[in-house]
Design a protein. Structure first.
Length: 148
């Protein structure tokens, strides 16, 4: 007997469950590594480790409002992990940089992310992992299409 196609609600619930489980595992890994960081802080530090970013871009990535991102950055700055500097191209804007302490944590939390990835993909061969990511990207692109 051929299994029936998943319903939209089944698919949506499964995607949400995977997302929530990934976030929970990330926070568990961060705590286990001795970092008092939530998932949004993790994403912010990770993005800043990839290069300089503004608060608006960071808020979008962390799925936070502008005010919530400002408070998150305030906490990271109080901990000495980030600094805000004037944007040379726009004197009204600030750029956010990791400090040396922030860069040190970024390297360590990247390892936490690798452990979460390994746990999520355990039991899948490299080809299956690539196919899984390609399928997720395809679904994302289908849903992001302007023609939909």
């Amino acid at each position: 007997m051929t299994p029936s196609r998943p319903t939209g609600s089944q698919l949506g619930l499964l995607v949400r469950q995977v997302r929530d489980a990934m976030r929970e595992r990330w926070e568990h890994e961060l705590i286990g590594a001795g970092h008092d960081l939530n998932f949004s802080q993790f994403l912010t530090i990770k993005k800043l480790a990839d290069g300089v970013a503004g608060a608006t871009e960071l808020a979008r990535i962390a799925e936070l409002s502008g005010g919530a991102m400002t408070r998150l950055l305030d906490r990271l700055q109080e901990r000495g992990l980030v600094e805000r500097v004037p944007d040379p191209d726009d004197r009204r804007a600030l750029r956010i940089h990791l400090t040396a302490a922030g860069r040190a944590i970024a390297a360590d939390i990247a390892e936490c992310g690798e452990r979460v990835r390994d746990a999520a993909l355990a039991g899948l061969g490299v080809d299956q992992q690539r196919q899984f990511v390609a399928l997720l990207e395809h679904v994302r692109d289908n849903l992001s299409s302007r023609d939909a």
